[in-house]
Write a protein that binds this ligand. Structure first.
Ligand SMILES: CC(C)(COP(=O)(O)OP(=O)(O)OC[C@H]1O[C@@H](n2cnc3c(N)ncnc32)[C@H](O)[C@@H]1OP(=O)(O)O)[C@@H](O)C(=O)NCCC(=O)NCCS
Length: 192
């Protein structure tokens, strides 16, 4: 079960990620978020159930409450100076006693293949190690998702194993790769 992490600040952390910003998700993001969450090019690789716009509005409430209870942080990846939400990433779960957090991420297909998520995840990983004092960050990736696995490896994550029948993908159980990155292994490459 997810646990509260006392180091999560009261005010939502606004971060800069290259030409994009990482900001709080608000109710006005529901349409943008719903559009790419339900795009088959995205849902093919995620375990998110089919979602209506009302479900996405509910999800935004869940993440808002998760932030205020210090159990989750989900950032919207937004255009700097604009309202559009093009992706999202964040910590779904924290295990505070073990200083561990699990990340999740997805990007509108219009923006794939430009290194956008590499920059976004580098930013929140750096934040997780430096500000939240995490010792380990982990992610599970569906075994058909080579693009996501490549991203994990690029960021220094190690494949630690395969979890059998780990996710229910809209009615079909599927295996997941388990990736982990330790604080002592992390190299911040954003300045390279
Ligand atoms: C997985 C996902 C987030 C990757 O997004 P992305 O921004 O394309 O990922 P990256 O940052 O790794 O970009 C890599 C691509 O950008 C290119 N690139 C350009 N500039 C780059 C840079 N400065 N740094 C890194 N890559 C760069 C790479 O060559 C690579 O191109 P390729 O895909 O043609 O090989 C996206 O495909 C997605 O949302 N998929 C569906 C949802 C999903 O799978 N979520 C994860 C669940 S575990």
């Amino acid at each position: 079960m997810t646990q509260a992490l006392a180091l999560i600040p009261d005010e939502f952390p606004l971060l800069s990620a290259g030409q994009f910003v990482l900001r709080e998700i608000t109710p006005s993001d529901a349409v943008d978020w719903h559009r790419y969450l339900t795009d088959s090019r995205v849902s093919e690789f995620t375990s998110t159930p089919d979602m209506s716009l009302a479900d996405v509005e509910q999800l935004i409430d869940t993440f808002t409450n998760g932030f205020h209870s210090k159990t989750q942080i989900r950032w919207a990846l937004g255009e700097a100076g604009g309202q559009k939400m093009i992706g999202d990433c964040g910590y779904n779960v924290f295990w505070s006693r073990d200083s561990r957090g699990e990340i999740g991420y997805q990007l509108s297909p219009d923006y794939w293949g430009r290194g956008v998520m590499t920059v976004a995840l580098s930013t929140i990983i750096g934040y997780g190690f430096a500000r939240l004092k995490l010792n380990k960050i982990e992610a599970t990736v569906n075994v058909n998702n080579e693009r996501s696995a490549t991203l994990m490896r690029r960021l220094g994550f190690q494949l630690e194993g395969t979890l059998r029948d780990y996710r229910n993908r809209r009615g079909v159980f599927g295996d997941s790769w388990f990736f982990g990155l330790l604080s002592r292994e992390y190299v911040d490459r954003r300045a390279d």
